[in-house]
Write a protein that binds this ligand. Structure first.
Ligand code: BEZ
Length: 211
């Protein structure tokens, strides 16, 4: 069955541009983003990988390890890396998995045969420190992803994990949050001593918790 939110992200060992990796060891106690791209030496993928390299420090700041993948071999990733640096201005600074036997692509359901039966689609998995899948998104080959959005979701996931808040539509870090419905008003008084604004009994707005 396909992976779903809340499932344990399966561990794997893989060859990468930075040597062999074991996913769980690579993550340690932190978070991970595992994302696939369809193919090396293709235009949209080139722009995406340059962008992830540009944003690497933002992932680091959030304690998130980044890991890319395609069904190309590591030697192809390495050959392509020069083009990414030349055209996007950022050199690859995170591991890219070579998955020519599709072991990991199949494990994570990254090949959607009715879209393309040989190449991975643009899958993204955010995996929490508990090794559970926290977010999955899937884009087609023709649409480059917005990795700022992935950072935004990670900010939301990390706030939820720490502070019993959810985040409203179009939320960005620093903006007001919502007290999750599972927290009673009585418990909310202890968790949010500064109070909240209740637009409805179920819609309770608090400033973003800090720390
Ligand atoms: C691209 O990265 O541009 C691409 C890759 C595979 C299929 C279509 C586009």
């Amino acid at each position: 069955m396909a992976l779903q939110l809340g499932d344990t992200a399966p561990n794997f060992k893989a060859d990468t541009t930075e040597g062999p990796i074991d996913l769980y060891e690579y993550m340690g106690d932190g978070w991970a983003v595992l994302f696939s791209h369809p193919k090396d030496f293709t235009p949209v993928c080139t722009t995406e990988l340059g962008e992830v390299a540009r944003l690497k420090k933002e992932f680091d700041r959030r304690g998130v390890k980044v890991l890319g993948l395609s069904v190309d071999a590591v030697k192809d990733h390495t050959a392509w890396a020069g083009d990414i640096k030349e055209t996007q201005g950022y050199a690859l600074n995170f591991p890219l998995i070579g998955d020519p036997d599709r072991k990991i692509s199949d494990l994570y359901g990254m090949i959607h045969p009715n879209a393309n039966d040989t190449l991975t689609v643009r899958s993204v998995f955010v995996i929490g420190p508990d090794k559970k899948v926290k977010l999955m998104i899937t884009y087609p080959a023709s649409t480059g992803r917005n990795f700022e959005e992935i950072l935004r979701v990670i900010d939301s996931l990390q706030l939820t994990a720490k502070h019993s808040v959810a985040t409203p539509v179009n939320w960005k870090s620093g903006e007001d949050c919502i007290i999750v419905p599972s927290v009673s008003d009585e418990d909310a008084k202890k968790k949010f001593p500064g109070g909240w604004k209740a637009l409805k009994p179920y819609l309770r707005i608090v400033p973003q918790p800090r720390g």
